[in-house]
Ligand binder design. Structure first.
Ligand code: PDD
Length: 278
């Protein structure tokens, strides 16, 4: 496998990152995950836009990473991923410097890393629906920045796995905000509801795309809080994201949502999403 580090394309096993990298020491880094379908990047501009906003939020010395689109395309080609599905991971950190909480000198080069791998969609969950649990949100107050500081997400996700679920939905002050690596949408009386953008959730690229599909398909939607006390009464529930695409949720904490089967609006959006990536 060929990866990219700071301007060079190298076999993955030859890629070396310093132990003094601030990504390693402080999780002082940001990332993006982009899908490619049949060699074509999905919503690349939106991902690079968000990477740039994350870099600005962390006051990095460089915030325009649009050149990485060419890098992604080359990684797809070099790794023979032009057919089928693949996933590209990109990470940028504040670079290498002796450990100190203060930022290093402004001219310190950022560390820029990217890889591309083939990706198997979770067909069974996509078809039959999946199970989630609710988890207390123990993250910081800037969940809108896509940083590599994901310990609370991994702990919550593992808790879901240990409960035979595939995703944990974060709950803060009674509001269900998003999944550990996905956004959440519910359907009540034919209307799609998804939590509004705040600093407590990531503005997902897939979320935005699916809301656009709602508009195109004349499915009413609204960005409004989803309360823990109401969510069990949803007719349908789904998680959306780069890796989960549009996945129906059939149970929360072991209790069925709606009929306990993927609902008709979820199916419509799933189909439109698949057409959008074809
Ligand atoms: N995560 N919310 C969180 C906390 C996420 O980490 C992600 C994506 C999403 C969905 O965003 P998007 O539609 O832009 O992928 C929402 C990636 C896939 C990950 O961490 O692997």
């Amino acid at each position: 496998m060929i990866g990219y580090l700071n301007g060079q394309y190298l076999p993955q096993e030859n890629i070396v990152i310093s132990p003094e990298d601030r990504g390693f020491l402080f999780a002082d880094g940001i990332y993006e995950v982009i899908r490619s379908y049949g060699g074509k990047l999905f919503r690349a501009k939106a991902h690079f836009g968000r990477l740039s906003r994350s870099a600005s939020a962390l006051q990095f010395n460089h915030t325009d990473f649009s050149y990485l689109e060419t890098v992604c395309v080359k990684l797809i080609q070099d790794n023979r991923l032009t057919q089928g599905d693949a996933v590209i991971y990109m990470q940028v950190t504040r670079g290498v410097a002796p450990r100190s909480h203060a930022f290093p000198p402004i001219e310190t080069p950022l560390t820029v890393y990217a890889t591309a791998k083939s990706f198997q969609s979770h067909l069974q969950e996509s078809e039959n629906g999946t199970r989630v649990i609710l988890v207390p949100d123990q993250r910081w107050a800037r969940c809108d920045i896509k940083t590599v500081g994901l310990l609370a997400n991994t702990l919550a996700h593992q808790r879901a796995r240990n409960s035979h679920a595939t995703e944990g939905l974060f709950v803060r002050d009674g509001a269900v905000l998003e999944g550990t690596h996905s956004n959440v949408m519910a359907v009540f009386d034919g209307k799609v509801i998804t939590p509004p953008r705040t600093n407590y959730m990531l503005a997902g690229i897939t979320r935005e795309f699916v809301l656009g599909l709602c508009g195109e398909l004349s499915i009413p939607f609204s960005e409004a809080p989803l309360y823990e006390s109401d969510i069990m009464n949803a007719d349908e529930l789904m998680i959306v994201g780069t890796t989960v695409e549009v996945t129906p949720v059939i149970a929360i904490n072991g209790e069925n949502i709606g009929s306990g089967m993927p609902g008709p609006i979820t199916r419509k959006l799933q189909k439109a999403f698949q057409e959008g990536t074809a």
